[in-house]
Ligand binder design. Sequence first.
Ligand code: FDA
Length: 307
Amino acid sequence: MLGPVILAASRSDRIRRLISAAPVTRQVVDRFIPGETVDDIVPVIQDLTAKGLELTMDVVGEDITRPEQATLARDEYLRLIDRLKDLELGEQVEMSVKLSMFGQALDGGHELALANVRPVVEAAAAIGTTVTLDAEDHTTLDSMFAIHEELRKDFPQTGCVIQAYLFRTGADARRLAANGSRVRLVKGAYKEPAEVAHQRKLEIDKAYVRILKVLMVGTGYPMIGSHDPRLISLAQELARRAGRKPDEYEFQMLYGIRSDEHLRLAAEGHRMRVYTAYGTDWYGYFMRRLAEKPANLRFFVRSMISK
Ligand code: FDA
């Protein structure tokens, strides 16, 4: 029951101020978001890639209220890509973006988000890598998929995310599997109403399996975004049955969660990409990580009390 309460708090400005100001918060945040600036994150990128891991980089931030913030977000990604150019890691390090951070929810937001994300996709392509569009709450998805389709006309490698908990996702998966897209499948991290999304874990897991089967037999590139050990084994079996070679799909997990498993899968010869977030506007991202696992919240509260 705690998950939905934490997700509701993730949208509250008052709780944001309270949590962001707590002195102990930074230590706990570091587990999931290992830096605030490009300078902080470059050594993390070097360390993880040297261990054979691939990365997808997220500059944290979402739900902006002014177009200037979207410009700043775009520029932060461009700064990161500029630094990546010197590291010459190519597609070993790609970018993940949230279109709400690029202005999607503002007036004329669809066009604004497209205009802001395009230069990031172009810059990524220029250094031999790509961008994946994260999936946010269900009201944003028609716009996200339309931007994905638009970007793919010039940059077919642009990826997108689909969420197993949404009823619409079966149809989205069939379309994306047929048109050769790179698709990350996740369970879904937002608070969604029962009219649009499964609410029970069992139903979400069953939907995940159904959708994964569609992606594996399709013409696209499936990216399995999950830490769930059963789904990871099943994905390996489905990939084998679909005749996919190890470089024809990949696993993705979040930085700070089941890190031993990242290394184990990479050592077994799987493509293993770690979603690595950095930046100062970490509140929404951090709260979703707490909501996914109540033990994280208990740890956080204990750290605050023991200070
Ligand atoms: P599940 O929640 O069942 O967890 C399985 C096991 O993993 C747990 O038992 C626990 O051991 C471990 N675990 C999971 N979450 C943990 C946490 N926070 N802390 C500690 N341990 C944890 N969502 C979305 O809506 N849009 C998006 O764009 C993305 N993008 C994305 C990228 C990548 C690479 C990943 C891995 C996930 C996302 N997500 C996402 C988040 C996703 O929707 C989901 O909330 C989390 O991945 C948790 O679900 P699992 O599949 O890991 O299963």
